[in-house]
Write a protein that binds this ligand. Sequence first.
Ligand code: HEC
Ligand code: HEC
Ligand code: HEC
Ligand code: HEC
Length: 364
Amino acid sequence: MPTFIKRTVFTLLSVVTVITVLNVSNATAAEPLPNLAPASHDAAKVMGAESCKKCHESEYKAWSMTMHFKNHERIVSAAGQQYAAKVGGIDSCAACHSTPHTATAKFAGTAGVSCESCHTPAGGADGWFELHSNYGAKDMKREAESAAHRTQRLAACDATSMIRAGNTYALAKNCHSCHIVADEKLLQAGHKPGHGDFDLIPWMQGEIRHNFQVDQKTNAESPSLLQAVNGTTAAQRKRILLVVGKMVELEVCLENLAGIDAAGLKEGYAGRKGWAGRAEEAFEFLEDEIAKAIKNEHVAAGISAVKDIQLGRKFEDQAGAKVAAAKLAVATKAFAASAGTADLAGLDELVNDLDKPKGKNYNP
Ligand code: HEC
Ligand code: HEC
Ligand code: HEC
Ligand code: HEC
């Protein structure tokens, strides 16, 4: 059983609706930490971006100008049809190029990757939709909510597996599970192995950015709620993203390598080349750059979990990679949970090197 996030999709396409059941199970049973539930996608609970628009107008606008918004067009493009023909249909495309949902969801037109692809489906009797914005009484403002109520409300949201901005591990894992393609059949059909240059800081600072919660007119450099409530500055946020992003990238590559079909271990194989080379680069960045710039026990634990695996072109140790990925996940979660107040200022030079936004951010 491969350890990467497994997206199993059964799709039924008709002219007006896309009815999909999507099942995601995270086989890496790392110790659960508060606020770090793994991503899950239950298509029946998807409400659709139109359900968010009333309260998140600027976030909606920003999203509608991204590539994610019209991402589903890839599925039916000429190249898409070729891949689909080779893998026997478009079912497996939906998880990455759209938001699998049932007929109850509200979308204007067909949906690409949308709010609930990243923050998890919101609906259902036990979903976070009603919970997440309930300050305790009708028309109450955020500032008036009691601290005890806020703690309870956020814990209840986290229990539904909502991915909030503060949950950097789950956020990053989710981006990487789409941006690094793990499906071997797809790769054999000629599909690209994903974005080789994907890195959290540049990719989150450009067209994706929608940090409007506190002020719908200002697209803040980092989540405005985190700044207002926890005092997390944009500088600290980026340092955290740098480390978590690199550790998660390494974890996802290791998981993919562990799950590879033995025949795929041959050198010329697209997935292996992408994952093993990428894992090696991510490891070197962690060891030679990040760990030299800061002293941190969780980063050190992550490095020692992986250091005995031969990465790059000579990779073979699939069993070792599986164990290493699981240990690394524990270290990354522990880092993320403690990073808010950690001294990470030594990373600023590395952050600055990466701070080249991918696309333009939307400003009302
Ligand atoms: C009735 C208004 C309302 C609707 C509808 C609504 N939200 Fe929210 N949302 C809020 C408020 C208010 C907050 C700020 C909560 C806080 O202060 O913790 C918020 C916060 C959030 C956050 C940030 C949470 C965090 O802690 O980082 C996300 C993500 C979010 N909403 C996503 C959505 C999505 C996706 C939808 C649609 C499925 C949606 N919201 C629908 C009012 C709403
Ligand atoms: C694991 C996530 C994932 C799945 C599953 C997936 N894709 Fe993609 N797809 C991506 C990513 C990431 C890119 C961008 C890669 C790049 O540009 O280097 C992409 C790019 C594409 C492109 C544009 C680049 C090109 O090769 O022309 C097409 C077309 C495409 N995908 C079609 C499909 C089809 C059809 C399926 C299903 C048979 C599918 N994809 C399944 C993640 C995925
Ligand atoms: C459900 C799958 C999925 C998730 C989750 C996801 N993406 Fe994407 N994203 C894609 C695909 C597929 C493309 C490629 C679109 C194309 O080439 O048409 C893409 C494109 C992008 C682009 C535009 C790239 C360009 O060439 O301009 C950015 C930026 C981006 N993603 C950032 C992110 C970030 C940051 C996250 C996590 C916070 C994330 N994505 C999460 C599937 C996903
Ligand atoms: C590609 C993944 C992705 C999509 C799609 C997405 N978000 Fe987000 N969202 C994020 C990430 C990542 C952050 C934290 C950004 C950061 O750290 O700069 C975030 C932050 C937020 C916040 C907190 C902002 C703040 O100022 O505190 C809200 C609210 C939110 N998103 C709502 C939405 C809504 C509503 C939609 C759909 C219209 C949506 N998001 C679509 C990934 C996504």
